[in-house]
Every structure is written in structure tokens, then in C-alpha cells.
Write a protein that binds this ligand. Structure first.
Ligand code: ADP
Length: 542
């Protein structure tokens, strides 16, 4: 029997309509690229997004066409997302931190027709545009007064471009399974692959993400999306915030500790989210200046493992709760968040800190399992690790143009490329990326675990561990650290500090004190580059 309920397609524009209808004055604050702080609200964002939709339509952009953005988090970028969504076109966020060749490759692969670009990236686009033949028009996200001299053909200032239409326009309607957004994986493990979100997957993911045990946010929160719109769908915040009618703060191009701290305080932010590198900069800034966090209640940290020392600093020094999260571009991205189950004794602070080392629990809407190489499901004992696989309505079913098909299992599960354990309570913990685990004498050593311990040393700013070839053990761990400013820890200090905190046979065979550790376009430690850098390194034990 067919049900007798209404068919109400889950379209992303309905999220903005809801915010504009019921929370029209709720503010959206941005640090503009031009400099000053800009204030608008959901009502105005909808009016202007309708103009974007109308201007796109006038430019001949149609259902299914890709609209690329090379932009920071600002109100204009948000309007472009919703404007494209409103005609069934696809927002395609391109990560500006990628290498030029990768950007060109991605834009060509997606066959983007129009490019929205921040002032910051105009010089870069000028150099690359001839290699991106599908781009018909470049819209520079600024006004006439700030429009730069440019040789970009057909370039127009955003404010002029939307100023040329009257905004008398209606959102298009189409099935909820229509493509909504596109984001390429950052290629940490091979060529970038295109992930294509649907309106339905975005709406479902945002509902999931807002729920109590995930981000736990509501209309009284002020949310700062430090995580960029171009990083894995902004972890859903571009939809979650208007969906719940929360004030939204967008930090623009300035993600250094001082700038982030300033906005957290002046806008009275209560919840924020980003990768550990961002929080490292904030904590260092607070330590150096004696600053405090007077309104912040919660920070969601993911994208890389969040070390215990970071969770502890947030909690004990600043009274801020960390929620450790895991996900990937392919999972929209939030797939697990670490929150406290009653049976875990998580109310005890030390126990809670231990728990937060794990990436957490799945919400309804994510199925998760660990399997061995023969695809046999492994037990949830917190010790056995295997390949982590997930399935759900906001998980990719394939990559654009069929790339990387081997990751998609016949029963609908997606193989994440991560290795993990799941404990008796259901808490998942990432052991490593499968390519980064150190294979020593037939056993595996988790580089993440070693890094988490090493970075707890008071003189260490950042730590990375890679496997180095070893004649007897196949591979052994090499620890690379960047000291904090004006500190000079030694190899002996580090090894003494780690002694007793990890299994004896996990102890790094050597320690390198380095000036820097390379990062990927999404702020992760670039293991590939590190392995390259230390390819000929000889361990003292070899
Ligand atoms: P890319 O795959 O290109 O690096 P993503 O942002 O999609 O870009 O990265 C997803 C990967 O990041 C995951 O597969 C996992 O390896 C890693 N990751 C994400 N969150 C965490 C976390 N909390 N702890 C450890 N690793 C994480």
C-alpha cells in the first residue's frame, strides 16, 4: 500500500527559506576579504541568493551545470552556494590550497562553466585560466570599488553582476536526488576524486549533524565555521546553521590564532569546528597572550586525530568541551562524533579525556563495520583493528566518472581506506590510514598513537611519525618533531617522556628535530611528502 503522506522533496533551498521565514534577522557575520567585518542576516542572504540564481539563469547556467568557487568563508560565498542550488546547478568548491596543477585538473574534470573567485585568488586564476577552457565567465567576489585590474576575459564584480537583476525569481523544483554540490578529495592518497552530494544527502546530513549527540547545537548558538566551505562541504555547517536558525560567523581569509580568537570573543561564539592545526594556532596564541575564551562552550575537532593534550588544554585551561569527530569528503563528511554514553563513566574527567582519544559513535543514518582483508567482519573489542567501512544516505555511492570503483563494496558499503578498532560500547578509534600504518615484524604500529603521545611533551609543537625501511623488521617508526618557539627538546627527552606511555616495541627508533612538517591542502600532516623527505634516512638500529 502506498502511504498517504505528502511528498516534500528535501531541497537545500528549503533550508534557507526556513531560516529566512522564521529567523530572518539572525545574523551572518563575516570577516570580509576587503578587510572590515560585514554583517547581514538570513533574510538578506535569501534575497541576494535569489539574485544569484536569477543571474546564473540569465547567464545560461542550467540544471546540472557546475559552478566553481575558489573562495574563503564569507556571506558572498554562501549566497553563491544557495543561488546555484536554487536553479539545480551545482556548487563546486575548489580547494585553493591545492597545487596549481591539481586545481586545473579538478576544474577540467568537473567541466565547470563559471568561476566565483575571491580577490585573494585572482592572480592565481589569471595564471591558470588559459588551461581551463570550460570556464566561460569569472565573477570576482567583491564590489566595483574593490575590483582589481585584471586581464581575465569577461570578468565582472559580483555586486555588479547581481545588481543587474531584480531578484524577482523563484527557486526551481526538481527531485531531491538531484546533484547539489561537488567536492574533490584532496588527493592525500592518489589523484583527487569527485564526490557529488545530492540535495537529499545534504539535508539529511545536516539534520544528523545538528542532533544532540553530534554537534549538539540549537537556535541560541552562535556558530563559527572555521572549517572552510571548500573543505568537505564545510562539515555541513552551511546548511546546519540556517536549518536551526543559529547565528553564523564566517572568518574569511584569516585563520591565524589572533584573528580567530578576536572573532570568537567579539561575536560571542558558542560552538566552532575545524581541524587540529587551526586549534594548535589558537592555543599557542592564547598561551602567549594570556587570552581566555569567555563564551565558547564546544569545539568539534576532526579531519586529523585530536591529541589528548589538545582536548585537555581546551577543557582544563579554558573550560571548553571538545568533541572529537571523524569523517571524510565521501561521508558528507560527519560520520562519527565522540560523546558520552552513560555506561562509559565519562563523567570522570580523566576517563572522559581518554574517551575523547576515540573518534566516537555513529548517529542514526551511518552504518559502520570493520573487516579483515578477506572481508570477514571483526569483533568490537577495542583491540582488533581492520578496514573501516560505512554505509548510509549521506555516504558516496561512487565517485564522479567512476574513478576509484574498488572502494565501493557490492553490498553498498564504502571502504574508507582507514584502519580502526570498535570497542564494546561502539566507540570507533582510527588506528591509521591504511597507507600510513607502520608494519614492524608482521605487526602494525599506529603512527597516530605515537604522534598523540609525542605532542603531549611540553616542548613539542607538532609531531609526525613515519615508517622507515629496516633490514630486520621491515619498517620501524621515525619520530619527527617541531619544537615550540624557544624550546630545544632532545631525542633523549622525547624517548624518556614516551617511555611507559606506549608498548616498548612501539618506541621510535630515532627522533628528528625539524623546522617544519609539511601539510596537505586540508591541514593534515603530509605523510607522502615526509616519506619522500626521509626516503634515504638510515635508522641507528639498522
Ligand atoms: P582526504 O581524504 O583527501 O585527506 P578528507 O578531508 O576527506 O580528505 O579526509 C578524510 C580522512 O581524514 C579520513 O579518511 C581519515 O583518514 C582522516 N581523518 C578524519 N578525521 C579524523 C580523526 N578525527 N582522526 C584521525 N583521522 C581522521
Amino acid at each position: 500500500m502506498q502511504a498517504l503522506m505528502q511528498d516534500w522533496p528535501l531541497l537545500c533551498t528549503k533550508v534557507l527559506d526556513h531560516a529566512a521565514n522564521w529567523h530572518p534577522m539572525r545574523e551572518v557575520i563575516s570577516r570580509s576579504i576587503e578587510g572590515p567585518i560585514h554583517r547581514t542576516n538570513y533574510g538578506e542572504i535569501r534575497s541576494r541568493a535569489l539574485k544569484v540564481a536569477q543571474a546564473l539563469d540569465k547567464s545560461g547556467i542550467r540544471l546540472g551545470d557546475r559552478c566553481a568557487t575558489l573562495a574563503w568563508n564569507t556571506w558572498r560565498h554562501l549566497e553563491v552556494w544557495y543561488g546555484a542550488l536554487g536553479i539545480g546547478a551545482i556548487y563546486h568548491t575548489v580547494n585553493p590550497r591545492l597545487f596549481a596543477d591539481q586545481i586545473v585538473w579538478i576544474v577540467n574534470d568537473a567541466e565547470d562553466r563559471i568561476l566565483f573567485v575571491d580577490l585573494t585568488f585572482v592572480p592565481m586564476v589569471e595564471k591558470l585560466i588559459d588551461k581551463m577552457p570550460t570556464i566561460e565567465r569569472v565573477v570576482i567576489l567583491t564590489d566595483a570599488a574593490h575590483m582589481p585590474e585584471t586581464n581575465l576575459r569577461n570578468a565582472v564584480a559580483y555586486e555588479e553582476w547581481i545588481g543587474a537583476v531584480d531578484g524577482d525569481f523563484r527557486w526551481a523544483e526538481f527531485p531531491e536526488t538531484t546533484a547539489a554540490g561537488m567536492c574533490y578529495t584532496s588527493g592525500t592518497t592518489g589523484m583527487p576524486k569527485g564526490v557529488v552530494y545530492s540535495h537529499r544527502s545534504n539535508v539529511i546530513h545536516s539534520w544528523m549533524a545538528a542532533s544532540g549527540d553530534m554537534m549538539g547545537i540549537g537556535g541560541r548558538d552562535t556558530i563559527m565555521s572555521v572549517v572552510p566551505l571548500f573543505h568537505a562541504n564545510s562539515w555541513g555547517l552551511a546548511f546546519t546553521s540556517p536549518m536551526i536558525g543559529a547565528k553564523l560567523v564566517l572568518p574569511g581569509a584569516k585563520l591565524d590564532g589572533a584573528s580567530v580568537h578576536e572573532l570568537l570573543e567579539t561575536e560571542k561564539v558558542t560552538m566552532t569546528a575545524a581541524v587540529p592545526t587551526v586549534w594548535l594556532m589558537l592555543l599557542q596564541h592564547l598561551e602567549a597572550t594570556g587570552g581566555t575564551l569567555s563564551t565558547l562552550k564546544r569545539v568539534v575537532i576532526g579531519g586529523s586525530a585530536c591529541p589528548r593534550s589538545m582536548t585537555e588544554a581546551f577543557l582544563k585551561k579554558y573550560g571548553v568541551e571538545v568533541r572529537h569527530a571523524w569523517g571524510m569528503t565521501e561521508t558528507s563528511p560527519l560520520a562519527t562524533v565522540c560523546n558520552v554514553k552513560p555506561e562509559t563513566d565519562g563523567d570522570d574527567v580523566e576517563r572522559w579525556l581518554d574517551l575523547q582519544m576515540k573518534q566516537g559513535l555513529v548517529p542514526f543514518g551511518v552504518e559502520m563495520r570493520i573487516v579483515d582483508d578477506a572481508d570477514k567482519q571483526l569483533p568490537h573489542d577495542g583491540k582488533t583493528f581492520g578496514r573501516l567501512q560505512v554505509r548510509g544516505p549521506a555516504v558516496a555511492a561512487s565517485y564522479y566518472k567512476g574513478m576509484g570503483a574498488e572502494a565501493f563494496q557490492t553490498d553498498g558499503f564504502f571502504d574508507t581506506g582507514d584502519v580502526a578498532t570498535i570497542d564494546q560500547y561502539g566507540y570507533m578509534q582510527i588506528t591509521d590510514r591504511s597507507k600510513d600504518v607502520i608494519k614492524s615484524g608482521g605487526e602494525w604500529i599506529s603512527s597516530i598513537d605515537l604522534e598523540n603521545v609525542a605532542v603531549g611533551h611540553p616542548d613539542v609543537a607538532e609531531a609526525a611519525v613515519i615508517g622507515i625501511k629496516h633490514p630486520k623488521w621491515d619498517e620501524r617508526p621515525l619520530l619527527i618533531i617541531v619544537p615550540k618557539k624557544d624550546r630545544s627538546p632532545t631525542k633523549a627527552d622525547l624517548l624518556a617522556y614516551m617511555d611507559g606511555k606506549i608498548a616498548k616495541w612501539w618506541m621510535p627508533d630515532d627522533v628528528v628535530i625539524a623546522d617544519d612538517i609539511p601539510h596537505t591542502a586540508t591541514g593534515k600532516i603530509q605523510k607522502l611528502a615526509l616519506r619522500e623527505r626521509y626516503r634515504d634516512y638510515r635508522l641507528p638500529t639498522a
